[in-house]
Structures are given as structure tokens and as C-alpha cells.
Design a protein around this ligand. Structure first.
Ligand code: ADP
Ligand code: ZN
Ligand code: ZN
Length: 725
């Protein structure tokens, strides 16, 4: 009897054994349908075993083999097994969650044919001189086809209307389509800039590597990291390889996609992110697996794309917390990418203006190679001047100081754009009663409900609960309720009152909720139909607006006294990032930061554009306090409706851990930063160790013990290398 071990989307740490009927054959990585309980489910064959530990009568048969798409490659299966082990997440759930939704179902998947176009027999007989000259696109296509066969991407690169014209040519019988692939290595590269010396040496260093190596590309904002990527891509494409490029934000993919397409117009590029429809995502994944897609651009989930010719991985903005998944398989796509590069024996480039301390420390200690771009790439562009506006003695009922208003006024006069950055959406973070001090708390959470004045609602940003703004205080009936603090909507209102003629655009999650809005807004900004941008971190990343010369930062201070030890690292990264939006064109940029602590080392480093000193300060602090990157951590979280049950579980978990007497440090059971969310009490327990190895050893012993602690009415999870506490 032939036995196969199958990964199923079931929360158990095992594979499941099934037998194959006589006439069936499968290979590892193939999708199958198997009976589980009373259902038929889709799974992935992980092992073809000779025998099973189960008795024969307990083993059921594989119901169906799905062979409409090729099996998952061994490399991917190995990567997923590693993730399951390292993150202590059930193997079946790990494997299935990496697949596009379509591939998790047994419905047939129609693989779109990748067609190649060439001249037909009658097409070859055409005399192009005889054809009407005004049909420019038609001539261009026929001319190109006389040279060689073309893929759709290559045809599209000839003209935006070329695909339509091509269709006519096929109908006329002059051009025919076949299902064979165009050979790699033959592609157009639009060279745009001469690389700077620093860019060139970074490109050379990476190109000269054989096999696995991690590079940290530390380049100030505007230093041309993207240009370095482009040149690396060109080299890889020439050798017929595939490149995986990971970016943190789904919002950044369309513009990067557009940019890379403009540089490699006839190269097959696909994007992979959660904004695609299931069908698109599946097709793009299959194009990558088939080797057709040469450039794969995606968010964290794209790290699990099968890539037979993978030759280089790039992780842009590697410090960004969005690379870490916060539920299910809590993986760091950056770390998984490094593991993958190592297994595949290919180089990986981590790019950032403000590297994570983990990566920076690895580069400093020689495990990674540090490559620096210390100046802006374009001759005219200079790093902006950064100044702090001391507001420690100022009363700012409207949240914005005179200095900032004056600077904004100047830009309006000069016809330049400004950006006002505040990391809080809504009108005000809380509504208060002036008589009794009532605050708009969320009934389900420990947090406050945010005032959204546009639709007159109070909304909890943690659980989504919302109510109308009350007419009077729910406690004392007083009608005078006042917003406290500021959010994007309030700043927008204040600025509009101050500058009635200014064209102000608010960019945050509320204003960009509808699909396509953000794209339209970006165009508006680029076309200079906007004078002042008010926005959250959505605006901080990656954008290149040439006429933007002023960035104002409001309210950064709360991160300075946060209980999260990474808060100041994140704040610096965010401010350096947002400051980097100013002065990218030929006009100098200015950044004004409103703070009560202008002498804080963070602001000093920001003014001096001195990441290195700042990182050294933080690393010294972390080493002394025993925080990452000097230790390795795991966080056990639990939540449930009954406080006593949650604590009981956590105390048991803690004593089990202590009972193991291994080389780890076990902290106390404490409430989470947000102790109650959506009526669930949230509690956590931190365990750490000096080495990854010791921590992993401990986890291997601890996890099975956790699995058997009764936990019916609560949810718990392990977060390895947690970023949020
Ligand atoms: P980063 O990603 O490091 O912030 P970008 O790659 O967006 O920087 O580049 C910033 C700007 O500099 C872009 O407008 C880009 O076209 C330009 N640029 C990049 N490399 C060069 C170069 N070698 N010479 C001139 N301009 C360049
Ligand atoms: Zn009141
Ligand atoms: Zn809530």
C-alpha cells in the first residue's frame, strides 16, 4: 500500500496519512483532495512514505489528485517546513496559508496560456513598404516581428494600443500565437541615470557575489536605492534569472510596478499582494512558478512564491514592521527571505534609510556586508534642513504653532507644496465633558473612542465599535462636550480656516478607503493640484513629490515615553522617512518638528541626519537593558472573556516553563499594552534567551506542554521575535 503524508489546514502539528489507490501516482508538492471527518478537504502531499505508523484499517484513501497546476517545488516545501518549525505553527496551516486562495480549493484552476506572437506564412510574405504609412503601430509591430517573436509584454512595450492592433493582425491571419515561451536574456533596458560612485560600488559588490550573502544597503532618503535595484535587476535578467522584490506596503506596489515596467518595458513582471483578486493572485503566482514572470514584486506574502530561477532577493524598507505578520503564522518576511536566500545560495539585499537595529547590528558585527549611500543621488537635491520648534511652554489649542503656520504661508506664496504629518486619524483622539470629566471610552476596550466629526461619530480604532456623537454627556447631561487632542481631520479644518484659498488634501485610512482613491490622489499631488497635504504615515513612505519643500511634524512626543522599547527606534525611522519627502527636487527642503523635547538625542540625530550615532546610542541602551538584538524573545499572548481563566492559563504556562529549568529568562504574567479589546482580557508573558538556539530548544519543549493546558474559552498564541507588545 502506497502511503502519502498530507499537509491539511488543521490546527495540529502533524501531517496526515492517506493511502493511494493502485492506479494513482503522486509526487511531493502535489495538491490532493482527501476525506477529513465528514468533509473533503484540499491538502498538499509533503512526503511519499512507504509505511505508516497507523494500522491499515484506520487509513483512508486519497479521493482525488489535483494535477491542473504543477506540484509545489521541493524548495518551497522546505521553506514552509522551516517556518512551521521556527514559528511553532502547525505545519499544515503553514503550508496551506502560503497558497493563493484558489489553490486551497478543489475547483479547477485554468492556467492562462502564455502566448508568443510571430508572423504567419502569409505575414512573412507581406511587403511592409506597400502598407499604409499612417498605421504606425501596425507597422511597428510587423517590423518588430520580422526580427523575432514577441511576448504580450514585449508587444505592449511598443505602444499602449499595440495589444488591440495585434488582435486585428491575428484576425487578419498575418500573425499567429503559439504557446511557447520567449527565451530570456532578450529584453529592453531603459537606462536613465549614470550611477553615482557610491551606487556603482554597491552594484558591483553585489554583482560580484557568488552564492548566498546578505547585504545591508543603507542609503539616505533620495540616495537612489531604487536605481541600485534596477541595475541589479538588469544583471539578473541578463543571466536569465528571476528577482523577488519585497516591499512593505500594498500602497507602494502600483507605483513601483509602474516604475519597473518603464525601465524594463518588455520584461514579464507580476505583483503579488492582498489587494489583488483571488484569480489575479493565482495567475501571477503560477506565472512566477512557471518561470515566465521574471520580476516578482510583492508584499510579505510574496516571500512564499515558487521561483524556479530565483537569483536575487531584495527587501526594500527592510526595517518596516509590516513585514511581520501579526496573526496566524506570525512570520517576518524579511527573516524568511534571508533563510530562503541562504538555502538557495543567492544574494539578498536589505535596503533602508533607517535600518532595523537587528540588521544594523548584524552588519556592524560583520555578518552582513554594509553598503552605504551617504548622499542624495541627484546633483540638485540636498538633504532637508531639520529644525525643532520648542512647544514646551506653548498653549496650542489648535495643535499647530505660529512658526509652522508662518512656514506654511510662505510655501503657499511661493507655490510650493507642504506636508503636515500627524499620526492620528480622525478629528480628535477623545471627546471630554467639561463639567464632570467624562471621556469617550469604548465600552468594549480599554481604549478611547476617536471623534470623527465628518460623519459625527465616535469610533473605536481597536474594535471598530461606533456610536453617534452624543448631544450631552452620558454621565451628567452637560451639553458642552469638547474634543481633546488633534487628529488629521481637525488639522485639516484648522488649516482650511487659516488659509481659505489653499487646496488642502487629507490622506489617511479614512480618506483613501475606496479602491483607486489613493491613486487618484497621488496624481492630484503630482499634478500640483494640491498645496498642503495632511496625512498619516501613509504619506511617509517612498513617495517622490518634486515640488514638496516643507514637512511639518506634529505631536511626535508620545513615543518618547512609550512603554514599548522599540517606540523611539520606530519614531526615528518614521521621522527620517517623512523628512525625506522634502526637497527631493531642485528646491531645498525644510522640516519643522513640533516638540517639547528639542534636546532629546533622537531629535539631535534627526537634525544632523546622523543615523549611525543614533543607532549606536540605541544599541548601547539595548545591550545594557538586555533587549534585542542582544537577546531573542518569544511572547505568549492569551485573551478571553473571563479574566480569571486567562490568568489561570498564563500562570500554568509560566510554571510549566519554569519547570523545564532551561537556559531562558522567564518574565511575569502581565496585562497587554491594551489590556481589554472587544470585551476580551488580554494578558502576556515574555520569555527570552541569549541565543536563538537556546530559545528554540526551550520552545520545542514548552510548546507541547502548552498544547495540553486546558484552554477551552480562550485564545492563545506564540509570537517568535515579536515586534509588538
Ligand atoms: P531612495 O529610494 O533611496 O529614496 P530613489 O531611488 O527614489 O531614492 O531616488 C531618488 C531620486 O534620485 C529619483 O528621482 C531618482 O530618479 C534620482 N536618481 C537616482 N539615481 C540617480 C543618479 N545616479 N543620478 C541622478 N539622479 C538619480
Ligand atoms: Zn459630564
Ligand atoms: Zn473598542
Amino acid at each position: 500500500m502506497q502511503i502519502v503524508r498530507v499537509a491539511l489546514d488543521i490546527p495540529l502539528a502533524t501531517l496526515f496519512d492517506y493511502f493511494l489507490a493502485e492506479n494513482m501516482t503522486v509526487v511531493e508538492g502535489q495538491r490532493v483532495v482527501v476525506p477529513f471527518g465528514r468533509k473533503q478537504v484540499v491538502g498538499v502531499v509533503m512526503e511519499c512514505a512507504v509505511r505508516s505508523d497507523l494500522s491499515a484499517e484506520r487509513i483512508k484513501a486519497v479521493a482525488q489528485i489535483l494535477d491542473d497546476v504543477p506540484p509545489l517545488p521541493a524548495e518551497l516545501l522546505k521553506l514552509l517546513k522551516f517556518c512551521s518549525d521556527y514559528y511553532h505553527h502547525p505545519v499544515g496551516m503553514t503550508v496551506l496559508s502560503a497558497l493563493p486562495t484558489r489553490l486551497r480549493s478543489s475547483l479547477p484552476v485554468a492556467l492562462k496560456q502564455v502566448l508568443t506572437y510571430s508572423l504567419s506564412a502569409s505575414g512573412r510574405l507581406l511587403d511592409l513598404e506597400q502598407l499604409p504609412k499612417r498605421k504606425v503601430v501596425q507597422l511597428r509591430i510587423l517590423n518588430a516581428l520580422q526580427e523575432r517573436s514577441l511576448s504580450v509584454a514585449q508587444v505592449r512595450a511598443l505602444s499602449p494600443t499595440a495589444p488591440a492592433t495585434l488582435k486585428l493582425l491575428v484576425e487578419a491571419g498575418w500573425v499567429e500565437a503559439t504557446a511557447t515561451a520567449v527565451s530570456a536574456g532578450n529584453f529592453t533596458f531603459n537606462e536613465e541615470h549614470r550611477l553615482t560612485v557610491e551606487q556603482q560600488s554597491a552594484v558591483d559588490a553585489i554583482n560580484q557575489t557568488q552564492g548566498y550573502h546578505t547585504f545591508l544597503l543603507h542609503g539616505v532618503t533620495g540616495s537612489g536605492k531604487t536605481e541600485v535595484y534596477v541595475h541589479l535587476l538588469q544583471q539578473v535578467l541578463q543571466r536569465g534569472g528571476q528577482v523577488l522584490l519585497l516591499v512593505p506596503e500594498i500602497n507602494l506596489t502600483p507605483q513601483l510596478e509602474y516604475y519597473f515596467r518603464s525601465r524594463f518595458p518588455d520584461t514579464e513582471l507580476v505583483s503579488l499582494h492582498s489587494g489583488l483578486s483571488d484569480g489575479e493572485r493565482t495567475q501571477n503566482w503560477l506565472l512566477a512558478q512557471a518561470g515566465h514572470a521574471r520580476i516578482v514584486l510583492g508584499t510579505r506574502l510574496a516571500v512564499f512564491t515558487p521561483l524556479p530561477h530565483l537569483a536575487l532577493i531584495i527587501v526594500d524598507e527592510e526595517h518596516d514592521a509590516s513585514f511581520k505578520q501579526q496573526d496566524g503564522l506570525r512570520y517576518s518576511a524579511r527573516d524568511v527571505a534571508i533563510f530562503r536566500a541562504n538555502e538557495r545560495g543567492v544574494p539578498i539585499v536589505l535596503g533602508s534609510a533607517t535600518p532595523s537595529l537587528e540588521s544594523y547590528y548584524n552588519a556592524r558585527s560583520g555578518r552582513y556586508t554594509l553598503l552605504k549611500l551617504s548622499e542624495r543621488a541627484s546633483q540638485q537635491a540636498q538633504l532637508p534642513s531639520v529644525r525643532c520648534v520648542n512647544i514646551s511652554n506653548a498653549l496650542l489649542p489648535e495643535g499647530i504653532s505660529k512658526e509652522l503656520l508662518a512656514a506654511l504661508g510662505e510655501r503657499l506664496l511661493r507655490g510650493e507644496q507642504s506636508l503636515v504629518f500627524i499620526n492620528r486619524r480622525g478629528y480628535a483622539p477623545v471627546l471630554m465633558c467639561t463639567a464632570c470629566g467624562w471621556l469617550s471610552g469604548c465600552p468594549n476596550c480599554a481604549g478611547k473612542m476617536v471623534l470623527h466629526l465628518k460623519d459625527r461619530r465616535l469610533r473605536c480604532h481597536h474594535c471598530g465599535h461606533q456610536t453617534r456623537v452624543p448631544h450631552g454627556c452620558p454621565t451628567c447631561g452637560n451639553a458642552d462636550l469638547q474634543p481633546v487632542g488633534i487628529g488629521t481631520q481637525r488639522i485639516e479644518t484648522v488649516l482650511q480656516a487659516h488659509f481659505p484659498e489653499a487646496r488642502i488634501l487629507r490622506v489617511d485610512r479614512d480618506s483613501t478607503r475606496n479602491k483607486g482613491t489613493w491613486n487618484a490622489m497621488r496624481k492630484q499631488i503630482q499634478d500640483e493640484a494640491v498645496d498642503i497635504l495632511v496625512g498619516t504615515q501613509m504619506l511617509a513612505k517612498g513617495h517622490d513629490f518634486h515640488n514638496l519643500t516643507l514637512v511639518c511634524v506634529l505631536n511626535p512626543d508620545s513615543a518618547l515615553y512609550s512603554s514599548d522599547f522599540r517606540a523611539s527606534e520606530k519614531l526615528f525611522a518614521q521621522l527620517a522617512q517623512v523628512a525625506g519627502r522634502a526637497g527631493r527636487g531642485d528646491k531645498p527642503g525644510e522640516v519643522l518638528v513640533q516638540t517639547a523635547f528639542p534636546d532629546h538625542p533622537l531629535f539631535r540625530a534627526l537634525r544632523a541626519h546622523d543615523y549611525d550615532t543614533w543607532a549606536a546610542t540605541l544599541l548601547a541602551e539595548r545591550e545594557q537593558a538586555g533587549f534585542p538584538p542582544f537577546v531573542f524573545q518569544v511572547l505568549l499572548r492569551a485573551e478571553g472573556k473571563q479574566e480569571a481563566e486567562v490568568y489561570d492559563f498564563m500562570q500554568r504556562a509560566r510554571s510549566t516553563a519554569a519547570g523545564l529549568a532551561m537556559q531562558v529568562e522567564i518574565y511575569g504574567v502581565v496585562p497587554a499594552a491594551l489590556p481589554r479589546r472587544a470585551n476580551h482580557m488580554r494578558v502576556q508573558l515574555l520569555v527570552q534567551s541569549d541565543t536563538r538556539k537556546n530559545l528554540q530548544q526551550f520552545l520545542r519543549a514548552w510548546k507541547p506542554l502548552l498544547d495540553v493546558i486546558p484552554a477551552k474559552k480562550l485564545r492563545w498564541s506564540l509570537d517568535i521575535d515579536p515586534l509588538e507588545f
